[in-house]
Design a binder for this molecule. Structure first.
Ligand SMILES: [Mn+2]
Length: 141
């Protein structure tokens, strides 16, 4: 299992490759706000653990194992953003909150969050019911 930090890297690398077709050390460093030397170090570790193949002057590609987990990590991040949006968390808090919780939930919990998001999306009046509760709670404060 990748550590939280490895997960952040795999997630970013997967998104960069999806968006641009490639992931450069400098782009990864920028996306994660870390020093390029930290990226090089982590990329070497991810290579050793067979999540990607890194060739210094040719860039990096994800292995099938890296792609599979990358896809799940991006899904997990997006799902948690959806959850926070549905429950009415302020837009300005959503990204950082997801970064804070995403590594600490089991895949079981993620699947259950998926059910909950589906529950709201299948009938948007359910979001309306929630908003009504939230409106009342705010009035009472
Ligand atoms: Mn994330």
């Amino acid at each position: 299992m990748p550590t939280p930090s490895m997960e952040d890297y795999i997630e970013q690398i997967y998104m960069l490759i999806e968006d641009k077709g490639y992931a450069r050390v400098s782009d990864i460093a920028e996306a994660l706000s870390v020093h390029p030397s930290s990226v090089t170090k982590m990329v070497q570790k991810l290579d050793k653990d067979e999540y990607l193949v890194y060739e210094k002057y040719r860039g990096l590609i994800l292995t099938p194992k890296g792609k599979k987990i990358g896809k799940r990590l991006v899904y997990r991040h997006e799902l948690l953003e959806q959850l926070l949006r549905i429950i009415g968390v302020k837009e300005e808090n959503i990204y950082e909150d997801v970064e804070g919780i995403e590594h600490h939930l089991s895949w079981d919990a993620i699947d259950r969050v998926g059910d909950l998001v589906q529950f709201f999306e299948e009938d948007e009046s359910r979001i309306g019911v929630l908003r009504e509760i939230q409106r009342k709670n705010e009035e009472e404060q």
